[in-house]
Design a protein around this ligand. Structure first.
Ligand code: 13P
Length: 251
């Protein structure tokens, strides 16, 4: 049985004070609940150290939202895996659609980042997903297959033990337009079957595949009730402790 994992991608929201407030609130709201799901929070880089301190006495894990694929060097404005490790990060989101579309990251760069994260024992939350145009053209599965194969190229099953895949249809991110549970399940099933072909049935059956895109307390139960949906990567609704924890409570 796969454990459900709910991750909050804070995106570019909250300064240090906001981080102290939100994490304190999350700790308060979850204190009288017995959650089955694992929780991860991914604040902006500048707040990771503060977050790490505040999370020390909790079961909540810390993740970053991006990372460069070199350990150090003349890469102005970039953050290395070693830096993330040094502030207590365990996870890193890679290949998010906002990185792909706004910052021009392609599959090859994402592949390098996944390899570097794994080399440094950071657990990748690897995002894939089709645009509305691609869905309407009927090429969703093809896009997913290409992103998955390119992103994981050169990596063996043994190296991917801590991989999380997040299926985030681009048209559902920040739009309020959530995929129906059937639409999401169909793609999650496809991903798991493809992973089984690329690696093994055993590996595929243990892989955590999160859904992301307008997940809220109101739609979480149905989405997370699907056979191949093992958690959520939450944007907007993770910025309020109440709604973040309500999503985790349905698991
Ligand atoms: P929203 O939940 O705001 O749609 O964002 C989803 C997302 O991009 C999480 O990474």
């Amino acid at each position: 049985m796969r454990k459900k994992i709910i991750a909050g991608n804070w995106k570019m929201y909250n300064d240090v004070n906001g981080t102290v407030n939100l994490i304190s609130e999350i700790k308060k709201v979850m204190s009288d609940k017995n959650l089955n799901a694992g929780l991860i929070v991914c604040p902006p880089f500048t707040n990771l150290e503060t977050a790490s301190e505040l999370l020390k006495d909790t079961s909540i894990k810390l993740g970053a939202q991006n990372m460069y694929f070199e350990e150090s060097g003349a890469f102005t404005g970039e953050i290395s895996p070693l830096m993330l490790k040094s502030v207590g990060c365990e996870f890193v989101i890679l290949g998010h659609s906002e990185r792909r579309t706004i910052f021009g990251e392609g599959d090859q760069v994402i592949n390098k980042k996944i390899k570097t994260a794994i080399k440094h024992a950071l657990k990748p939350i690897f995002c894939i997903g089709e645009t509305l145009d691609e869905r309407e053209k009927g090429v969703t599965f093809k896009v997913i297959e290409t992103q998955l194969k390119n992103g994981l190229e050169g990596l063996g099953e043994g190296e991917l033990a801590n991989l999380i895949v997040a299926y985030e249809p681009v048209w559902a991110i920040g739009t309020g337009k959530v995929a129906t549970p059937e639409q999401a399940q169909e793609v999650h099933k496809f991903i798991r079957e493809l992973i089984a072909k690329m690696y093994s049935q055993n590996f595929a059956s243990q892989l955590i595949i999160q859904y992301g895109g307008s997940v809220k307390p109101e739609n979480a139960k149905e989405l997370l009730g699907q056979a191949d949906i093992d958690g959520a990567l939450v944007g907007g609704a993770c910025l309020k402790a109440e709604s973040f924890i309500k999503i985790a409570e349905v698991c």
